[in-house]
Design a binder for this molecule. Structure first.
Ligand SMILES: Nc1ncnc2c1ncn2[C@@H]1O[C@H](COP(=O)(O)OP(=O)(O)OP(=O)(O)O)[C@@H](O)[C@H]1O
Length: 624
């Protein structure tokens, strides 16, 4: 297949891009380029070229990226270039590559060690273990995208990996230092996290610094993301300023924000006068912090999607709707298509049809006889990181995407509304430079237009669990984030302790009906469940689940932080908890929670869950 013909435009790849795509199989390339110059597109095309034109085995190639959402997008792009061969390429985040080296070669590998301990062990294995060396000897090419974000231990890991690769294994690394975001989370501005505050030397410089590794630098110059003149200035001139060390001094953040306002297609809007519902599916609304995203989402009754940390990948509702009562060990295509026709068609249908859904199932757990192995399917889907091809990239139904800048790195959208934080103060110049790069990333996501608005400044806090809360109505209520990973579990939905079999069935039947619409729930504290909150549909509807203790603990933590543990208690009920349709929870056949569930879910392992992401007000009441 001619990859050039697959370029996004009839004109094909430009000369710089082509040099990278068609470089020698075993070349070591460091590609530096700004936003929208096609780094990710070229990364995919390079692998496609190697597989299609140079006879490199897809299974002997690795593609490493920083985030799981990026991985999903890369898989989709590669599929369009090389078809099903893309499924053989090991596309994953650096963390999951590290984990597979660890678990494959260390008999004592356990998930219990801290993140740092695990990485340290993997680096040791890379340096000294002969089996690891044997495995690496098979690799013919490694592509690393978004390398600017790999710092500290992750950069050590990549360096150790590249050092151990056979000398004829090619490596292509892409990076844009102007987009490096390493130290901060998307929780709040200027909150540094652990060792990331000492980023050290950028990975590209480290690799280029070792002569023996043999890296040559390439640059991509042409901007393809946008033709808007203002945006192109942001992508190029503003980028030079962000990178210019001479300009790294007090006031850089404010000046950068000012420049973005001046070059944007529209500016001066106030978030208080806008709402999520004013936008369409082509729009991406970007906020700096998670709390701002949660606020914007809480006040939007129409379907929309969320993109922020803490809301893991979700599996589509059709899986549970088809398989909740399916207990046979295997399923044949005919049977699946019947289930789809009866339960999914015209209801909770995803953007693909039954034939494609079946192909996904076959790839994940297909057998030689053409049927799908249900136990295997459950094992694969029940992992914390299920196969990307069956997961949904955003949390929600459809409509505009509301997200943090951090969670939108490497992505693009037709129209971007960037809500700039105002009146920010920084503790150090490093903080300010880091936040300036965050602004730059936010301002470079748009293809057609960038609208800049001012966000509404308010204070919010984050608990140890990562849950955000903020005081509202002059302290009368507290808005608390609901729907984080772990808030709703299989037990909370269909556990025997929580529900009779009949009530669980009624709850699941209700969720099937609302699998693709927005639904408002009410939380009710239940004394019989140790004051955990039950989730009721509307005021009078069925109870569809019970939240885990995580929320109850966190509410007491809020009271404790305020010294109100003795005088106040969490409210008996909470309104305005919205769910964006439903998703599926899958339990692996060896999951201990299965025995606590009602039938048929204890046998099937597929459970429907409301997709809740809400920031409702809690009125803590005084104890008498
Ligand atoms: N030669 C080309 N002709 C036309 N469009 C192109 C070409 N190369 C890339 N593009 C398009 O330009 C857009 C930006 O590409 P891509 O997302 O790969 O950029 P990037 O450098 O990875 O950006 P970022 O650093 O912001 O993540 C994509 O829509 C891509 O399809």
């Amino acid at each position: 297949m001619n990859i050039a013909g697959k370029a996004p435009l009839d004109t094909g790849w430009d000369a710089d891009q082509r040099k990278v795509i068609e470089a020698d199989t075993n070349a070591r390339l460091a590609v530096e380029a700004g936003p929208g110059t096609g780094k990710t597109a070229v990364a995919c095309a390079r692998l496609a070229h190697l597989i299609n034109e140079e006879d490199i085995e897809a299974s002997n190639t690795w593609m490493i990226s920083f985030t799981r959402t990026a991985v999903a997008e890369i898989r989709a792009r590669l599929h369009s270039y090389v078809g099903d061969a893309s499924f053989a390429i090991r596309i994953a985040t650096i963390d999951s590559h590290a984990w597979s080296i660890h678990s494959g070669h260390d008999p004592n590998a356990r998930l219990t060690g801290s993140y740092e301990e695990n990485i340290t062990r993997v680096i040791e294995l890379l340096k000294s273990d002969e089996d690891v060396a044997d495995e690496l000897a098979q690799i013919e090419h490694v592509v690393i995208d978004e390398a600017q974000d790999l710092v500290g231990q992750r950069a050590d890991l990549i360096e150790a990996l590249v050092n151990r690769l056979p000398s004829d294994c090619g490596v292509t690394v892409f990076a844009d230092e102007a987009q490096a975001i390493y130290g901060f989370s998307d929780d709040s501005i200027g909150r540094r996290k652990g060792e990331a505050s000492k980023p050290g030397m950028p990975l590209l410089d480290r690799l280029r610094g070792v002569k023996a590794l043999g890296f040559t630098t390439f640059v991509l110059k042409e901007i393809y993301r946008t033709s808007s003149p203002g945006l192109r200035k942001i992508f190029s001139e503003l980028r030079s300023d962000v990178l210019d060390k001479q300009k790294h001094r007090d006031g850089l953040h404010g000046q950068t924000a000012e420049r973005i306002r001046a070059l944007a297609d529209q500016q001066g809007l106030k978030w208080t006068q806008m709402k999520v519902a004013d936008f369409t599916s082509d729009d991406l609304l970007l906020f700096r912090t998670r709390a701002e995203v949660l606020m914007a989402s809480q006040f939007c009754a129409l379907p929309h999607r969320l993109r922020l940390s803490g809301y893991g990948v979700t599996l589509p509702a059709w899986l549970a709707i088809c398989f909740a009562d399916f207990v046979d060990p295997f399923i044949a295509e005919r049977r699946f298509l019947d289930l789809w026709a009866a339960r999914i068609e015209n209801k909770a249908a995803p953007h693909y049809g039954p034939a494609e859904a079946w192909q996904h199932l076959m790839r994940v757990a297909g057998r030689k006889d053409g049927s799908v192995d249900m136990q295997r399917l459950r094992r694969r889907l029940g992992q914390t990181r299920p196969p990307v091809e069956l997961t949904l990239p955003e949390y929600g139904l459809h409509g505009p995407i509301v997200g943090t800048i951090h969670a939108s790195k490497g992505r693009e959208a037709s129209n971007v509304v960037l809500l700039l934080p105002n009146g920010v103060e920084f503790e150090s110049i490093e903080d300010e430079i880091e936040e300036t790069r965050v602004l730059f990333v936010g301002a470079t996501r748009a293809r057609a237009s960038l609208i800049v608005g001012e966000s509404h400044a308010f204070r919010a806090s984050t608990l140890a669990s990562g849950r955000v809360h903020r005081s509202a109505r002059n302290g009368k209520s507290t808005m608390v984030e609901i729907g984080r990973d772990g808030d709703i579990t299989a037990r909370g939905l269909v556990g025997r302790n929580e529900f009779s079999a009949a009530d669980a069935a009624a709850g699941q039947a209700f969720l099937t009906k609302v699998a693709d619409v927005v639904t408002t729930y009410k939380l009710e504290a239940d004394a019989d469940l140790d004051w955990r909150y039950r989730i009721r549909a509307g005021n009078e509807g069925p109870r569809v689940g019970a939240l885990s203790r995580n929320l109850t603990y966190d509410l007491w933590e809020i009271l404790s932080n305020r010294n109100q543990k003795k005088s106040h208690r969490p409210p008996g009920y909470v309104n305005h908890v919205r769910g964006q349709g439903c998703a599926t929870i899958v339990l692996s056949p060896d999951d201990n929670d299965l025995e606590t569930l009602n039938e048929p879910w204890a046998s099937s392992g597929f459970i429907l869950t409301p997709r809740i992401a809400a920031f409702p007000p809690f009125f803590f009441s005084g104890r008498r």
